[in-house]
Design a binder for this molecule. Structure first.
Ligand SMILES: Nc1nc2c(ncn2[C@@H]2O[C@H](COP(=O)(O)OP(=O)(O)OP(=O)(O)O)[C@@H](O)[C@H]2O)c(=O)[nH]1
Ligand SMILES: [Mg+2]
Length: 276
């Protein structure tokens, strides 16, 4: 996984801004479980006035009622947004239709100038693990994939033809996540956007247990057969004992953390959205 240092960020930003000049629209990917925490802190400064579509990925893992609420929040800010589950049968037309809608003025203007049928060029941006590669694979129709240099474009830039109307820059822009806010850090660690050991996993897990108590108490009770009046430490001990994660009479907390993390990431706690 990528480690971000200031020099690395500056270089990444420069490269992305350079590539932005080559495209008509940016797809900004965010994780539907943390649609605000998974945005790059400088995304507006980087994308500027380039048309943009926010794609909320992993919707199959997110709390549907909150996904609806978050879509409205983006729309209220005049940001176009679509919601996808790229884990299976992605409905590409939802994305393509929205893209044409966003670019309709430009397409009409081009038509007046006699420019017609020029493919719309797309670039994907997002923080690590948000689902960039998965989405690209879904968007590419294997049968018509045509990866190759195009005249007039720097040799290293490869365009993937998605269909006669759309071309995608084959390398997505990997953006750094937010670092400043502790709570955001916990959410990024829990969803897997940053390495668990960058932030102490125990803090993230304690945060998560408190979060579940407040917003999804029944998930906690059902999965671990606990009493909600138990303290976090008692909950961890209870899970450790039930799962036999004990050595020399001591609960192996690191192993318990992994159980909880895997339960969250594999939906054993249900669909959970961490950004409220
Ligand atoms: N359930 C579900 N899982 C998804 C979805 N999209 C991606 N994933 C999973 O999320 C993980 C990360 O997906 P990638 O496509 O590798 O993410 P990425 O943005 O390319 O990550 P980096 O290359 O590390 O920056 C993988 O395990 C995917 O299977 C989705 O819509 N639903
Ligand atoms: Mg990738």
């Amino acid at each position: 996984m990528i480690q971000w240092f200031p020099g690395h960020m500056a270089k990444t930003k420069r490269q992305i801004i350079e590539n932005l000049r080559l495209v008509d629209i940016v797809y900004e990917l965010v994780d539907a479980r943390i649609p605000f925490s998974s945005r790059n802190p400088l995304i507006d400064e980087i994308v500027k006035n380039k048309p943009r579509l926010v794609i909320m990925t992993k919707a199959d893992m997110a709390d549907d009622s909150l996904t609806k609420k978050h879509v409205s929040t983006f729309e209220r800010q005049n940001i176009s947004v679509v919601v996808v589950d790229a884990s299976k049968n992605l409905n590409k037309n939802i994305i393509f239709d929205k893209t044409k809608e966003i670019l309709s003025e430009k397409i009409a203007k081009d038509a007046k100038k006699g420019i017609i049928n020029r493919p719309i060029r797309i670039m994907i941006l997002g923080i690590p693990n948000v689902g960039k590669s998965t989405l690209i694979n879904r968007l590419v129709d294997k049968k018509v994939t045509n990866v190759g240099d195009r005249p007039g474009i720097t040799k290293s830039k490869q365009w993937i033809r998605l269909n006669p109307s759309f071309e995608l820059l084959d390398t997505p822009g990997v953006l750094w996540p937010k670092f400043e806010d502790q709570e955001v850090g916990y959410k990024l660690a829990l969803t897997g956007a940053i390495k668990d050991d960058i932030l102490h996993l125990d803090d993230s897990i304690l945060y998560f247990l408190d979060f579940l108590r407040t917003y999804y108490p029944q998930s906690l009770i059902n999965r671990y057969e606990i009493d909600i009046s138990m303290s976090n430490l008692e909950v961890l001990d209870h899970i450790g004992k039930k799962r036999g994660l004990i050595k020399n009479n001591e609960v192996l907390y690191e192993r318990v953390y992994d159980v909880i993390l895997n339960d969250f990431r594999n939906l054993y706690l249900g669909k959970i959205t961490l950004d409220r």
